[in-house]
Design a protein around this ligand. Structure first.
Ligand SMILES: [Mn+2]
Length: 313
């Protein structure tokens, strides 16, 4: 079944000289790795390809080959085919939806367990640990040889969606594909190092990291065992404010803040209903970690410009 759908999808690809590949808003590693792996592989066949994503590439994925070529809006040329990756529903492409919906043909390439499929051809497989596993099988059947760049994109995608081969969606197939990608030039150490959870903002003055529910499931650690982590973030040279976002379940985010004394993080925490001192503070905020992260970072950015009025400690 899947092989036949792939054959039909490949026929669509072979008949299209101009192709859009697109992925979802707030892209993650699988979205970006699948998108870029496909972009590079399709270009090898001689097609003109644009990679589209409404939202910018998060800094920790900027190392992915061709990440700087992703467009937030469709280019000024017309495509005959669109391939939408890692999206459970075309609406997940955000502002790109109308442009994609108006293309002559669409391929839905996804691994979400959903009935919101779309397009002429569906390469949807809920048993795949990452959309990139389906991309890999498509490229293989197209007869396009993998290179180090394509392999890096797909390996990074599988690594992030399987929680570094740790989550329950990791299968023998995930590992087999990963092994092939390493054999084709993906460097596991380089990719893992680049995919660290650490993010820096304001030239490294703000350093933050996130712990998600899957991390606790995967490691068996309790959210109460994360106390020491913020100190390591704070110890990174040049850091004025360290922030750790802990999402013990999907309802609320625990935010820990530490400062070098030049910024009053107690004031920041107070603004979110929490409290503490100028140098150590915390708060619990309801909402998704992406939204909470953004609003806390905004508040810290504002605080960076204000001198700390309270005594440190
Ligand atoms: Mn995915």
């Amino acid at each position: 079944m899947a092989a036949r759908a792939r054959k039909r999808a490949i026929r669509l690809i072979e008949n299209s000289n101009d192709i859009f590949v697109a992925t979802h808003i707030r892209p993650d590693g699988d979205a970006l790795g699948s998108l870029l792996g496909l972009l590079l592989a399709l270009e090898k066949t001689g097609a003109r390809v644009a990679a589209l994503c409404t939202d910018p590439v998060p800094a920790n994925y900027a190392f992915l080959p061709a990440a700087d070529r992703i467009l937030s809006l469709p280019p000024d040329w017309k495509a005959g085919l669109g391939i939408v990756v890692d999206c459970d529903g075309l609406g997940r492409t955000g502002a790109l939806e109308p442009a994609l919906a108006s293309l002559p043909a669409l391929i839905d390439l996804d691994h979400h367990d959903t009935d919101r499929t779309f397009g002429q051809e569906r390469l949807v497989d809920a048993t795949a640990g990452a959309a990139a596993e389906i991309v890999h099988e498509l490229i293989r059947d197209m007869g396009t040889p993998l290179d180090a760049e394509i392999s890096t994109c797909l390996y990074a995608a599988i690594l992030t969606d399987t929680g570094r081969f740790c989550y329950g969606n990791t299968t023998a197939r995930s590992l087999r594909i990963a092994a092939e990608l390493v054999a084709s030039g993906a460097d596991p150490h380089y990719i893992a190092r680049n995919l660290s959870r650490l993010s820096a903002a304001e030239d490294g003055q703000i350093v933050s990291s996130v712990l998600r529910p899957e991390d606790f499931e995967c490691t068996g650690a309790a959210p109460s065992e994360t106390e020491g982590i913020i100190g390591h973030l704070r110890a990174i040279g040049g850091t004025r404010v360290a922030i750790l976002f802990v999402e013990p379940d999907h309802d609320a985010v625990r935010v820990s803040l530490r400062s070098d004394g030049s910024v009053d993080v107690g004031e920041v925490a107070l603004g979110f209903g929490g409290g503490g001192h100028a140098m150590a503070a915390g708060c619990t905020v309801t909402g998704s970690v992406e939204v909470v992260e953004q609003s806390v970072l905004d508040a810290v950015r504002l605080a960076l410009g204000r001198p700390s009025e309270r005594d440190a400690g």
